[in-house]
Write a protein that binds this ligand. Structure first.
Ligand code: SF4
Length: 363
């Protein structure tokens, strides 16, 4: 039964919170935790938004501005194929072609009139190398998602927060028009209508209250109950970085993160995967496992986490040792979960690549 916000908040005060969440995880997901071996392709870091915590975005002419050419992408895909990766994460800033004429010229030089058209080509290139694309390109229209669905095993958009308050002057999303919660919830709902396996999540420690965290998780639950497409929810902690507006803002502790993971586990339906990135809590693995986490998200043997560049991925062998110390196996997975591999959710042209990738993972 769907809890109320007040019921969810009461769980946070319950000393048995983590144990309850663990039981739900154990019943639904068993004794194996998962991760997705991936290559991270930062297709462009140009973005029209300016979130107060972001160290990734650039404007044209900024130091570190970068848009990957198809040759750049091919090079990384080749390395990923050799390393046994199965996911190609295509990640980029929001609506760069709306904001920057220089970027529109770059795209035209690639032979594309839109970012989405370029992403479709890159998705086809990833599939040709046996990698399953998962694209997170910010807010997308229905037509964008129809185009991307054909070459993506799943799509993603972090909800981050359902609080309009964080968009007010002085708050972290004030200069980020694409972070309006209504627009993000509408896109996630549209993805559901299009039957796209979907990844979303919340970002904690950016000025939201615990009530707003619970409200965001309940909003995701409501969308999943209506459309059945939310396959995983990320609980991501804010991490301060030099050079951003929030460079001195306090970070959530591992305990606060663990409590939020447990809350997510109890608020969301048991079949929705709950993950937290291991590189953002390098000493928190056993605590997160004890809080009901069942997945670590993508880990790349070939590329850094370009969004959180100060936080290297853990060695898989070390993460496996932490899982085993807690009584769990660690196994690789695809960027589409088994529950979303059916004909309802996958474009027919992706059936064979997904089956092949699944066979290779289990070999
Ligand atoms: S967090 Fe995403 S949307 Fe916000 S500025 Fe950075 S790249 Fe753009």
């Amino acid at each position: 039964m769907t809890p109320s916000v007040d019921e969810a908040l009461a769980w946070l005060d319950d000393p048995g919170l983590l144990e309850r969440a663990r039981r739900v995880r154990d019943d639904a997901w068993g004794a194996t935790l998962t991760y997705s071996p991936k290559v991270f392709l930062p297709v462009t870091n140009l973005c029209r938004n300016r979130c107060d915590y972001c160290s990734y975005r650039r404007s044209p002419g900024d130091a570190g501005e970068r848009t990957m050419t198809r040759d750049d992408v091919e090079r990384e895909l080749a390395r990923a194929e050799t390393a046994g990766c199965k996911e190609a994460l295509l990640c980029l800033g929001d609506k760069p072609e709306k904001a920057f004429s220089a970027y529109r010229e770059t795209l035209a030089g690639f032979g594309h009139a839109s970012t989405v058209s370029y992403l479709v080509e890159l998705g086809e290139r990833a599939l040709a190398r046996g990698l399953l694309p998962h694209t997170n390109a910010g807010l997308l229209t229905r037509d964008d998602m129809i185009a991307l669905r054909r070459v993506n095993a799943s799509l993603g958009l972090m909800l981050e927060s359902a609080s309009e308050r964080l968009c007010a002057p002085g708050m972290p999303h004030h200069r980020a028009p694409d972070k309006r919660p209504r627009a993000r919830l509408a896109m996630i709902a549209e993805a559901g209508r299009l039957k796209i396996p979907f990844t979303t999540g919340i970002l904690i420690g950016i000025g939201e209250t615990t009530r707003e965290r619970a409200e965001a998780l309940l909003a995701i639950r409501a969308l999943h109950e209506e459309h059945g497409h939310v396959q995983e929810v990320i609980v991501q902690p804010f991490r301060a970085r030099p050079g951003v507006v929030m460079d001195r803002a306090p970070e959530p502790s591992d305990h606060e993160l663990a409590a939020t993971v447990a809350l997510a586990r109890l608020v969301l339906p048991p079949d929705v995967s709950v993950q937290a990135p291991p590189n953002l809590s390098p000493d928190g693995a056993s605590l997160l496992i004890s809080a009901g986490l069942n997945d670590w998200g993508g880990i790349s043997p070939v590329t850094p986490d370009f969004i959180n560049h100060l936080h290297p991925w853990p060695e898989v062998s070390r993460l496996r040792a932490a899982c085993e110390a807690a009584g769990f196996a660690l196994a690789p997975r695809l960027c589409v979960y088994p529950g979303h591999m059916g004909h309802d959710f996958l474009d027919p042209s992706l059936r064979a690549p997904v089956d092949r990738a699944a066979r290779e993972l289990s070999a």
